[in-house]
Design a protein around this ligand. Structure first.
Ligand SMILES: C[S@@+](CC[C@H](N)C(=O)[O-])C[C@H]1O[C@@H](n2cnc3c(N)ncnc32)[C@H](O)[C@@H]1O
Length: 641
């Protein structure tokens, strides 16, 4: 027998001895029991391991050699917007933004490649990620191919995917605020493995849910039709998240129900019998699955509003002393029938509820009906999100096609579902992020949700400029890569939103584009991955720290990231005659960053400079005399390059 056949035979009789396509010696030994020679003590521990895990861990800890550079002209409202779109490999990007964004992201949604055997994953080039990136984007000669298919036949099918995800999830965890959470779309291929590594990285106690997203009602299969996928939800700190108020959503369909009810009230002028009859007829006319119909028990009306007659019986908890006082029917003046378990409320509370106008107790036509509590739809308008939901993806595909063309991006996620996650887990000016953003659904969803609830969330989207395939619909539509598809979509969406008359004031429908590129510092470019000390202070490098051809605008962004300034910081040009000076400020940071990368910084400039002791001033080392350096170092934190 050839090895492959022998292995096949072994796999047939000892399937448990195989993991991830390879023989697992430990399990094989266990399966053979006394027949296998004992190799001595083996420390056992619980958890998921795979070949390459150590490297994956190391990957997360290595600093990036690249930087982010602004790409003016690719975005919208670039001067004022706080939304960010970054083109590049997300592992590098996550590293580069760590200092500026650690603990500042409220919600992350990702929809990574599911590892179904034909989708692309990015194979990390451990030593030279930026080189690889530049090659792939055609900026360097192209001989190696960092994107590869991961097929099931590959002996490292799961390992490769896990090694790709592990460092990214670890860095994502560090970005999350204490009350933040991550939502991850997956299917059966990796969901179990993903839970194992998420338990490790986030802590099992921070597991929130494994949502089931039913995608279609019917499917075909030899055994069982799989019609769903998953969304894993983990909190950065579940206990803190609950303390901070937890998550509720507005009941779906409720606004439409209340709107219809108001129109009936206007039409029937306080005739509640007529309103109720019309309301019931309307509910009946709706299709069974219509979310408005899920409120059909709200079918009673009084001057306070639409309500449902809720059970008023005490719980069957065996308590003997349940209140059993008389409640008098308002018309027949007789004592009403009582539930066998007594009333839910003590007498004073019921008396008060009866005294309100209109009363909060609902009666039947006579005393033979047990009275109920009135539960108004306007008062109980929120609910928790359910762990199972249905949304077919066809509408999402059509929507994206409307913006970028037919067949350009297959299987985008539904913006309205992402909107619900965003609404649950973020508000106000929270920063929310998606670093596998594909066609840009997440940015679209953020804009929609801000429009819907008047909040001012900001987004950060990352997408690899993954090249579109030769001959594909995307290529025919002249999209060179997926990042360009996302940008086109965002541009089209904001145009649509602006055309809509409902535009909210101060809405931010812009985005600024940055891309992963070479660092302006020579030190990073020579970095071989071993000598960490070399990286401790970029500002104190030998002779010529800047790479040839460096550009001031790009260097400024790099310095901002090194100093921990977010990418939506305010950038002001200081009006000075002889030097170009920029002032960077952010609400998130207590001091300013003032930078001038001119060859010489003139004394008039230094005189006119308004800096405080905690502000940082950055310039070229050769731009100042030693005396000027000493003087400036007294006034602020001076850093020279
Ligand atoms: C399943 S799609 C996301 C679809 C998206 N949710 C939508 O609705 O359009 C996954 C995306 O991640 C991108 N991707 C894969 N590896 C990446 C990486 N290392 N960095 C950034 N993006 C990556 C792929 O190019 C692909 O567009």
């Amino acid at each position: 027998l050839f090895t492959a056949e022998r292995i096949e035979e072994l796999r047939r009789i000892l399937p448990e001895a195989f993991a991830d396509g390879k023989v697992n010696w430990a399990t094989l030994r266990e399966s053979l029991g006394d027949w296998a020679e004992d190799e001595g003590e083996h420390a056992e521990h619980f958890g998921l391991t795979w070949p390459g895990k150590r490297d994956a861990r190391r990957m997360a800890a290595l600093p990036s050699q690249g930087t982010l550079v602004p790409v003016p002209g690719e975005g919208i409202d670039e001067e004022t917007t706080r939304n960010i779109f970054i083109e590049g490999d997300n592992l590098e990007v996550l590293k580069l933004i760590q200092k500026s964004y650690a603990g500042r992201v409220k919600m992350i949604y990702i929809d990574p490649p599911y590892n179904t055997g034909n989708d692309f994953i990015y194979e990390d080039d451990f030593s030279e990620p930026i080189e690889a990136y530049l090659k792939r984007t055609g900026q360097l000669g192209d001989d190696d191919e960092p994107l590869s298919t991961n097929t099931r036949a590959d002996g490292r099918f799961h390992s490769k995917w896990l090694s790709m995800m592990y460092p990214r999830l670890r860095l994502a965890r560090q970005l999350l605020a204490d009350t933040g959470a991550i939502f991850i779309s997956l299917d059966d291929t990796e969901v179990a493995n993903a839970r194992m590594i998420l338990n490790e990285l986030f802590g099992e106690e921070n597991f929130v849910a494994q949502l089931i997203w039913e995608k279609s009602k019917k499917g075909d299969a030899k055994l069982i039709a799989i019609v769903h996928e998953y969304v894993l939800v983990y909190a950065a700190n579940k206990a803190r998240l609950i303390e901070s108020g937890g998550w509720r959503r507005r009941k779906p369909g409720i606004d439409a129900v209340l709107e219809h009810y108001q129109s009936l009230r206007a039409q029937h002028q306080g005739d509640h019998d007529a309103i109720q009859a019309a309301m019931r007829a309307w509910y009946k006319s709706l299709p069974k699955e219509d979310e408005r119909r899920s409120h059909e028990h709200y079918k009673w009306s009084d001057d306070r509003g639409l309500y449902f007659a809720a059970d008023f019986a005490g719980p069957d908890d065996g308590r003997k002393s349940r209140p059993r006082y008389d409640i008098i029917h308002p018309v027949t003046r007789k004592s009403c029938a009582k539930p066998s378990t007594g009333w839910r409320w003590e007498e004073p509370r019921t008396v008060a509820a009866l005294a309100e106008r209109p009363p909060r107790i609902h009666f039947g036509v006579d005393e033979t009906t047990i009275p109920c509590r009135k539960s108004y739809l306007t008062e109980i308008d929120t609910e928790p999100f359910n762990s199972v939901f249905y949304r077919d993806g066809r509408a999402a595909t059509l929507e994206v096609e409307g913006y970028v063309g037919k067949g350009v991006f297959p299987f985008p996620k539904s913006a309205d579902i992402l909107q619900q996650f965003i609404a649950l887990a973020s508000k106000d000016e929270d920063l929310v992020a998606d670093f596998f953003c594909g066609s840009g659904t997440f940015g679209h969803a953020v804009w929609n949700q801000n429009r819907a609830d008047g909040q001012a969330r900001r987004f950060l989207c990352v997408q690899l400029p993954e090249q579109t395939e030769e001959g594909s619909a995307a290529r025919q539509a002249r999209f060179a890569d997926i990042a360009a598809i996302a940008r086109r979509r965002l541009r089209a969406v904001q145009k649509d939103l602006r055309a809509d008359r409902k535009t909210a004031p101060n809405e931010d429908l812009g985005f600024r584009v940055l891309k992963l590129a070479r660092s302006s510092f020579v030190g990073w470019q020579d970095y071989d991955g071993d000598n960490l000390n070399k990286l401790t202070d970029l500002f104190e490098q030998a002779e010529q720290p800047l790479a040839e051809g460096w550009i001031a605008g790009q260097l400024l962004t790099e310095v901002m990231l090194i100093e921990g300034f977010p990418l939506d910081s305010r950038l002001d040009r200081i009006a000075l005659k002889r030097n170009d000076v920029r002032r960077v400020t952010s609400d998130a940071i207590g001091h300013a960053l003032v930078a001038c990368f001119d060859e010489r910084v003139f004394s008039e400039t230094l005189k006119a400079l308004e800096v405080s002791e905690t502000d940082i001033f950055v310039c070229l080392d050769s731009a100042l005399s030693d005396k000027a350096k000493l003087e400036l170092a007294d006034r602020c934190l001076l850093k020279t390059i």
